[in-house]
Design a protein around this ligand. Structure first.
Ligand code: F6R
Length: 260
């Protein structure tokens, strides 16, 4: 895994946006896996800026969702479908036809999970999956003790994650208990995993994921098993990494043409 320490969230966003733009220049129909939450917003902002400035043509790119709440009514502003359409798909000038995600309103949720997992493969697989990380080390909504081989399925959120996400709702009670998430095994099938973590609140989870043992207790540690995983962290999120200086030196010595 490559660890890149950036000064702040904006720099992280710009770096990852450029990696996505470079991918789309190489492969215009790339399938881009996106995360929701606060962390990836600087990526989407920077990428939309590059698109508006004519730096990349994303008109053939496709966007897919990592996870979704179960039971929020269709069109609810905090359903991840609505969030991804609002924060990624529309700013990039794409239409809904460029977007795929699991159906959190399905009567048969398990069937919806399996259908989505299959659809990702049938679409050719995810080229680049952007990830955030929970304070408890989750990726997607694979909470601690998720199987490292798991596929897209329904999960129950921990109280910690519901409290972390309550800021998007009027009250904690409104945060759904259940979600659909790509499994860790599903996520690991993406060709390139890019995890962005910013802020001191993520420092413990980052240190455990990058420098700790691979463990279902820390789902993001599964990135250590992936042949092309990049972890981009700001100084605050990097503050508990023992190897921070080594990571800085390695990235500083990297030839520019290698990209992320
Ligand atoms: C969201 C997701 C989650 C978030 C994580 C961090 O699609 O998959 O894993 O990335 O909960 O959320 P923020 O970025 O809001 O701290």
């Amino acid at each position: 895994m490559e660890v890149v320490i950036v000064p702040d969230a904006k720099a992280g966003g710009e770096l990852i946006a450029e990696a996505i733009a470079a991918l789309v220049r190489r492969k215009p129909e790339a399938l881009l896996g996106v995360a929701t939450g606060s962390t990836p917003l600087p990526v989407y902002e920077a990428l939309a800026g590059t698109v508006r400035g004519g730096g990349v043509d994303v008109s053939r790119a496709r966007i897919c969702q990592l996870d979704e709440y179960v039971g929020l009514p269709a069109g609810h502003p905090e359903s991840y479908r609505s969030v991804v359409l609002r924060e990624v798909v529309e700013p990039l000038g794409l239409g809904e036809d460029a977007f795929m995600g699991p159906d959190g309103t399905a009567a048969d949720v398990q069937a919806a999970c399996e259908a989505y997992d299959r659809a990702l493969g049938e679409a050719g697989g995810v080229d680049l999956q952007l990830l955030g990380i929970g304070t408890d080390g989750h990726i997607g909504f694979n909470e601690p003790c998720s199987s490292l081989a798991s596929r897209t399925r329904i999960k129950t959120l921990t109280q910690q994650t519901r409290e972390d996400n309550a800021r998007f709702f009027d009250s904690l009670e409104e945060v759904p208990h259940h979600v659909i998430t790509q499994g860790i095994g599903t996520i690991l099938e993406a060709r390139h995993l890019v995890l962005l973590a910013t802020g001191e609140g993520k420092a413990d989870a980052v240190a455990q994921s990058v420098e700790g043992p691979v463990s279902a207790l820390v789902p993001a540690s599964a990135l250590q098993l992936h042949p092309h995983a990049t972890v981009v962290v700001d100084e605050a999120a990097a503050s508990k990494l023992k190897l921070a200086d080594y990571f800085r030196a390695t990235y500083a010595a990297k030839p520019e043409w290698q990209g992320l």
